[in-house]
Design a protein around this ligand. Structure first.
Ligand code: FAD
Length: 353
């Protein structure tokens, strides 16, 4: 039997405890709670007022992960581009910084500015395309924030676990990070570029620390072409060392590409031999492409080349060696001399149009 005085004290304590219990929150699943906490800043890359494909793919990747997504644009007169970016599906806010120091995408200028915006917004993630710009910028941002950088992801398992190919795509690495923020570059061909319409994000000025710029832009030398851009083209025609010379490459490959409305690509051996410009190289140390059709001639199919094109929807090849490894990944293969078959194919395609 509990003595009356102790009984009264117990009752008092229970009432006190009840009063200090927190009001129960409405039930939220772990996933829903996480989604509320996630916030990504997507770095938006643009050239001449057009957002590039890999930035839009980074937005899609962030959408798949969930949470709030803001975009960041910087450069001179960038406000109209920010207004356009506001229409991109999934973005809730666009931060823009109107300053010509950011025009050429120099990572030494961009990195401190991006860090300030990440800190101010308290973002959990920073995503950018795995383009030359993204690859240059995000490691610097990660170093300044003392976190690791996660490169070239092709899949998102969860908010802290990402998949990326390694060894020229021959192995797949799962990267789990406890860092905050997580600084991630996204492989453009692994995610669709997302709808550039349908959204209605707010647009506001971001933070510009106006840090002294340690690097000065001198000049650029751009290869101009009326053909589709290699990284985003729906069709690509590539030539390799089997073309034998620059003259033959220029005679055969662009003509076949034009007959298909395709971009021109090349193997590294073709680039190293001077047949094609370096900007056309497809592969591990070149561009990653994933077109609807990848047609190549005189390319053996080394793993470093496959790393850049094996995600193409249909792969077709022309090679005189029936044992060339390219036939192992090709959906359609033609064993034959390219100096005969390529002109014939070009002519037949031309007569169809
Ligand atoms: P080859 O391997 O010499 O093949 C030429 C092919 O043409 C042969 O299969 C031959 O049968 C065929 N051929 C010849 N004559 C004819 C004809 N008349 N008709 C039909 N077919 C013909 N390579 C890349 O492409 N991209 C990269 O990004 C890349 N990165 C690399 C990174 C590293 C670290 C290293 C070590 C290598 C890299 N390489 C890369 C190089 C790669 O290993 C190969 O050397 C290169 O891809 C070979 O190019 P190729 O197929 O044009 O030449």
């Amino acid at each position: 039997m509990v003595p009356p005085i102790r009984n009264a004290l117990l009752r008092q304590a229970t009432t006190c405890l009840r009063q200090t219990q927190p009001t129960p929150l409405p039930h939220l699943s772990r996933k829903a709670t996480l989604q509320r906490l996630l916030s990504t800043l997507a770095v938006l890359e643009q050239r001449e007022g057009k957002l590039n494909h890999s930035s839009l793919a980074a937005v899609t990747a962030a959408q798949r992960m969930g949470g709030t997504i803001h975009g960041l644009l910087a450069g001179s007169n960038v406000k109209p581009v920010a207004d356009e970016a506001a229409k991109v599906d999934g973005l809730e806010k666009i931060l823009y910084i109107d300053n010509s120091d950011y025009d050429k995408g120099l990572p030494e200028n961009w990195a401190p500015m991006l860090v300030e915006n990440v800190k101010k917004g308290g973002y959990t993630h920073v995503f950018a395309g795995h383009s030359a710009f993204g690859k240059n910028l995000l490691p610097r941002v990660a170093a300044l924030m003392d976190v690791q950088q996660i490169s070239d992801i092709t899949h998102i398992d969860s908010e802290d676990t990402f998949i990326r190919p390694i060894y020229a795509g021959n192995a797949v690495l799962t990267v789990q990070s406890s860092d905050s923020p997580k600084i991630v570059t996204v492989r453009g061909t692994a995610f669709p570029s997302g709808a550039a319409e349908g959204g209605s994000a707010s647009v506001e000025a971001g933070v510009d620390p106006k840090a002294p710029c340690p690097t000065e832009w001198v000049s650029e030398n751009l290869a101009k072409s009326d053909r589709p851009e290699l990284g985003t083209a729906a069709r690509v025609v590539s030539g390799g060392r089997g073309l034998k010379s620059k003259e033959e490459f220029d005679r055969l490959i662009p003509a076949l590409a034009d007959a298909l409305g395709a971009a021109v690509g090349a193997s590294r051996a073709a680039v190293d031999s001077g047949f094609a410009d370096n900007s056309l190289q497809v592969g591990q140390t070149g561009k990653n492409v994933a077109p609807q059709l990848y047609l190549c001639a005189g390319i053996s199919g080394a793993i470093q080349h496959l790393a850049g094109m094996k995600d193409s929807k249909v792969i077709a090849c022309i090679n005189k060696d029936a044992d060339a490894p390219i036939f192992q990944v090709a959906d359609v293969g033609l064993v034959g001399d390219l100096f005969e078959t390529v002109p014939e194919l070009t002519e037949k395609l031309g007569s169809l149009t």
